[in-house]
Design a binder for this molecule. Sequence first.
Ligand SMILES: Cc1ncc(C[n+]2csc(CCOP(=O)(O)OP(=O)(O)O)c2C)c(N)n1
Ligand SMILES: [Mg+2]
Length: 294
Amino acid sequence: MPKPDIKALKQKSQEIRRDVLIATTTAGSGHPGGSMSTCDYATALFFYKARLDPRNPKWDRRDYIFFSHGHINPLIYALLVHAGYVERIEYLTTLRKFRSKFQGHPSAHHCPGIEVCSGSLGQGFGVSCGVAMSMKRQKKSNRVYTLMGDGEQQEGSIWEAAMCAAHYKLDNLCAMVDLNGLQIDGKTADVLNVEPLADKYRAFNWNVLEIDGHDMQACCDALDAAEQAKGKPTIVIAKTIMGKGVKWMENDEKWHGAPIPKDKLASNIEELGFDKSHANIQEYQGHKTDKLTV
Ligand SMILES: Cc1ncc(C[n+]2csc(CCOP(=O)(O)OP(=O)(O)O)c2C)c(N)n1
Ligand SMILES: [Mg+2]
């Protein structure tokens, strides 16, 4: 197995956080909080583990990546930008615009690299289990990855899918939960407690891995370990921090679905390790685009 370049992955993850902030603030709406908590292990998945071909998004030997918590689309699009599926300037200038590829919830009909429309929580996971079952029955080596939120675990359909994946021994499936402890209305523990989540998945006969979702080495190790598991699907429960990377945003559900104000962008981008000139959003807002064509 090749060794991950942890330093390069960490740098990539910060670039992706930077672009999430720029795009959502330019759009004036969107979901930065969960995008930033999910960012590190999603970066490990895209840039270390998954078998993908951005020039051929429908390549039949690709690994499938499903984002069941579709509201973190600023992250999904930024990953697609950095992987080379779509143009960065187009993402930064047209996120959430009418007729853009980059809709407020991801559309498989409009944006390359998106496997299924998602945003209605709980649905993407079921679809991904179906794809994993199909790959297994056809004896194909494609792996299936599903990213989910912790608040999303409150959906009943999650547990039907979890039961099904274990019953059919879908060891080609690796799900990952963003355990940031927060959701749109506050603490997950107060709204509707999903804990003990690891015990629940163990009881459903899953291979359970618990990691610090901001430890890049641990993220890569978990993805490697998931590949080795036989006879069971794997779930990686990643302990994370909503808004991770910008101190004043961290651990505050306010950022579940709101962009940071324009006057904070420059200092926050500096905090992520970039020159504040990246925050010149007038440049993006004034960018003439002929890309609103979908
Ligand atoms: C079926 C369904 N019910 C409700 C919602 C509204 N909703 C959008 S995001 C969200 C909270 C999700 O929490 P979590 O998965 O923890 O995401 P995070 O806030 O951490 O990004 C809710 C309730 C939805 N999108 N779909
Ligand atoms: Mg959450």
